[in-house]
Write a protein of this length. Structure first.
Length: 210
């Protein structure tokens, strides 16, 4: 299965992608993870991406499309893949088609804005190793320190309230229309996010028929 995951920031796409990946034994391609790795490694792309992310803006299409196309050419994507965090705009969706990237289904994971804000503002990331936590759902046993390496836990710039509001605005204006784009191709299945991860997972598996 070649699948796109749609949904606002903090909807739980990464969690569901992991479950689907394990169920179908296919890889997950997360543009967000790729970009964060580039930022941590201080690469030229990372520096460029950081400037946009700090302002709650999207990284330019040509940069993201190039990263994704290169990644999908690797052998581990031959039997299928999950695109998490891409495409984010109609232009990127059109670029997928133009570049011959095949998509079987598009899963739209939908969660209310107020729930998203609570989830994102509580996220913490280790400054040293990049491990992620949440002050409510997955707190570190060491409080403000990382359980894995003891590094300082920080709130990412893109998880601060003002930036979250900007990200949600961008999502509704630029990314949400992608659903309609793929609905015309008959590829969209929609799942409403539940309070419990396992309940959302059951709904996702049912919607995908897996």
């Amino acid at each position: 299965m070649r699948l796109i995951l749609l949904g606002p920031p903090g909807a739980g796409k990464g969690t569901q992608a992991k479950s689907i990946s394990e169920k179908l034994d296919i890889c997950t391609i997360s543009t967000g993870a790729m970009l964060r790795a580039a930022i941590r490694d201080n690469t030229p792309l990372g520096k460029e991406a950081q400037e946009y992310i700090d302002k709650g803006k999207l990284v330019p299409d040509e940069t993201v499309v190039a990263i994704v196309k290169e990644r999908l050419s690797l052998p581990d994507c031959e039997k299928g893949y999950i695109l998490d965090g891409f495409p984010r705009t109609i232009a990127q969706a059109e670029a997928i088609d133009k570049n011959g990237i095949k998509i079987d289904k598009v899963l739209s994971l939908e969660v209310d804005d107020d729930v998203i804000t609570e989830r994102l503002s509580g996220r913490r990331e280790c400054k040293e190793c990049g491990a992620t936590y949440h002050i409510l759902y997955n707190p570190s046993e060491k409080g403000e320190k990382c359980d894995k390496c003891g590094g300082e836990l920080i709130c990412r710039k893109d998880d601060e309230p003002e930036t979250i509001r900007n990200r949600m605005k961008v999502y509704h204006e630029e990314t949400e229309p992608i659903k309609a784009y793929y609905e015309t191709q008959g590829k969209v299945v929609t799942v409403k996010g539940r309070d419990k991860v396992e309940d959302t997972q059951k709904a996702v598996f049912s919607a995908l028929g897996i």
